[in-house]
Design a protein around this ligand. Sequence first.
Ligand code: HEM
Length: 258
Amino acid sequence: MVLTTASTCWYPQGPAFGWGLGGSRGAASAAACSPSDPAQLRSARDDIRELLKTTFCHPILVRLGWHDAGTYNKSIEEWPRQGGANGSVRFDKELKHAANAGLVNALKLLQPVKDKFSGVTYADLFQLASATAVEEAGGPKIPMKYGRVDASGPEQCPEEGRLPAAGTPSPASHLRDIFYRMGLNDKDIVALSGAHTLGRASPERSGWGKPETKYTVYAEKYAVDQDAFFKDYAESHAKLSNQGAKFDPPEGISIEHH
Ligand code: HEM
């Protein structure tokens, strides 16, 4: 069944997510979605803000958005085979990739939001959660757009191995290989790596979500100039979140009030 005219998703009865938790995993794969609904996107963002306040789960939400988007291969034209921000990381097949270890917890955290707002695609939900987490942690405002269409089944998941590995023998060339494949550049690599400040801050979780939370990065320019880092980070993050995304409408949906 495919709905093309309604602004909501259709799901068969049953749990919306499988994630190897013992329940039926059919619903996520069978969902046929039309693009996200702007009002529901805003409400979902409110709920994500609440979730962040109560659970301090900023890093894992950022990581989830990155791992959905970061499988993008710019030399494959066909969507969704090209990978990227299409929500495919929700399927067990991709979630089981070694690089995604632990991300099931991010999906579990977002399940209630998805259940409440069926008019938000998975692909949008993951990017919305990531951008909101960065902003709520005191990071920059990210110029996001929404309207991402979802990959519809596990057969559309990318093969394992598209995300960068830690601790390779030549890290710089490995990172360049991976990020250039995504259509990103050296500046994007450095700026986006600044997201790891969130993970490293985890022992002091009580500090997250407060406006005074600071990002620190090693790159010299960013170390002395937080405005420059925030500006570059916001641009690179938005760029990453659009990798491999098929927008409907093509120009995307803004949820900011003008
Ligand atoms: C540059 C290549 C990258 C490598 C090799 C890498 C590798 C890793 C590894 C090994 C972890 C630890 C995971 C764990 O034990 O839970 C991690 C955590 C994390 N990564 Fe990356 N990463 C990369 C890029 C990025 C990017 C581009 C972003 C986002 C823009 C990002 C966001 C995060 C966050 C927020 C965490 C913390 C997750 C948590 O604490 O739950 N990473 N990364």
